[in-house]
Design a protein around this ligand. Structure first.
Ligand code: 8IG
Length: 271
């Protein structure tokens, strides 16, 4: 128990408390679809629809302040047709060292708020040279290289169709040029060495990043249908001879904003 009368002694109870506070602060009793916006995706948010409310993550139990340049610690409630979208404008990353429960707390809060579907987006490095910076790629499967799970206890969650084939098919109806790839989550915060990128390729990865897999697992545990979309903002280390630079990552996102906005704006009403 914390100082109020709200039980927060498990991650699930903490998420329930956050969802209740979210409903109070936004005036929206239930949300339907959650989105987590990763690096480069923030400018796309306005294409989703009209903001009903915007709150600071830190106003909800269990959230901590955003730590990365280009990440905004806000949650927006957006009206889209008949549905309420819950949009996280930033995420907590594994490399922040706050633990896996903190990383997946937004996902569990979204589930507790009523969301049956979650769209996880990220910025990442690409192993396929055809994916120039600014190319969106659907995540078809992942390699969780963190060595961790967000699940505690003997709950053997099936991840066979973790990245919903139904939702991926829907995406391709919206944009038939979309490719798919396997996303490998490295712990970060440093980028990979060229040897690590080659290793990831041998293991079957097409994309390398520092997020998403732990969140997807927690979303599946919570019974949500998961869609993952990566924005390739750079070629992974050693794929090109260019050094990697966080500022360039932000600029690639800015340049791709219109396409990403278009994609999400057309996609979300159909998921
Ligand atoms: I944006 O090349 C972005 N995030 N691990 N590697 C990893 N994370 C990333 C990269 C990258 N680019």
């Amino acid at each position: 128990m914390n100082h109020s009368d709200t039980p927060t002694d498990t991650p699930y109870a903490l998420a329930e408390a956050a969802a209740r506070r979210l409903a109070e602060l936004t005036g929206i009793e239930r949300h339907d679809v959650a989105l987590v916006l990763g690096s480069g995706w923030l400018p796309a948010v306005d294409a989703l629809g009209e903001a009903t409310a915007e709150i600071e993550t830190t106003d909800l139990p269990g959230f901590s302040a955003a730590a990365v340049a280009g990440h905004s610690g806000k949650i927006r409630s957006v009206r889209s047709g008949e549905r309420n979208l819950l949009v996280f404008l930033s995420r907590t990353h594994y490399y922040e060292g706050r633990g896996v429960a903190a990383v997946v707390h937004p996902v569990r809060t979204a589930a507790a708020a009523g969301c049956a579907t979650i769209v996880l987006t990220n910025g990442c490095g690409g192993l396929n040279e055809a994916w120039t910076p600014g190319t969106p790629v659907l995540i078809k499967d992942h390699l969780n290289l963190t060595g961790r799970s967000p699940i505690v206890g003997a709950n053997f969650v099936d991840l066979t169709d973790l990245y919903s084939s139904r939702l991926r098919a829907l995406c391709k109806e919206v944009d038939e040029t979309l490719d798919e790839g396997v996303y490998a989550q490295f712990p970060g915060p440093h980028y990979e060495t060229p040897a690590e990128v080659r290793m990831a390729g041998v293991l079957g990865a097409d994309l390398v990043g520092m997020s998403t897999t732990l969140e997807a697992i927690a979303a599946r545990e919570a019974g949500m249908e998961v869609l993952g979309i990566s924005l390739v903002t750079n070629l992974a280390a050693g794929i090109s001879d260019q050094p990697l630079d966080h500022q360039e990552v932000i600029e690639a996102g800015r340049a791709a904003a219109e396409r990403m906005g278009n994609l999400l704006g057309r996609l979300v009403p159909r998921v």
